[in-house]
Unconditional design. Structure first.
Length: 109
């Protein structure tokens, strides 16, 4: 094991620690303000509802070339991927529209 491997594992460890802390620290801070925690929970719940709507709207067909190795794609996996793609498209459109509306309202004021 050389220095590159050690540094790679150290960066993995730091990424995991940073991810855990970025989730836990706002939760600890929000214990002082339960309304903030409620707003965050509603946002996460809204994203989950949007995902399930997109999941049920997406298809589950798999092309024969993706059924075997190395992909081993199943109809369930295909539907999850399709749901995530549709959700990404919807959130992208919502973000672009909100940017345009914000800039137009700032220009009018």
């Amino acid at each position: 094991m050389d220095a590159y491997d050690i540094m790679l594992y150290a960066s993995y460890l730091l990424a995991v620690v940073g991810t855990i802390l970025s989730i836990v620290m706002p939760l600890l801070k929000s214990l002082d303000d339960p309304k903030g925690l409620l707003k965050s929970g509603l946002g996460v719940l809204g994203l989950a509802v949007l995902f399930f709507v997109c999941y049920f709207l997406s298809g589950n067909e798999v092309l024969p070339k993706f059924e075997g190795a190395p992909f081993n794609l199943t109809p369930g996996m295909s539907q999850v991927i399709g749901g995530m793609l549709v959700m990404t498209y919807i959130l992208t459109v919502v973000a672009i529209v909100s940017i345009v509306v914000t800039e137009l309202t700032k220009a009018v004021k």
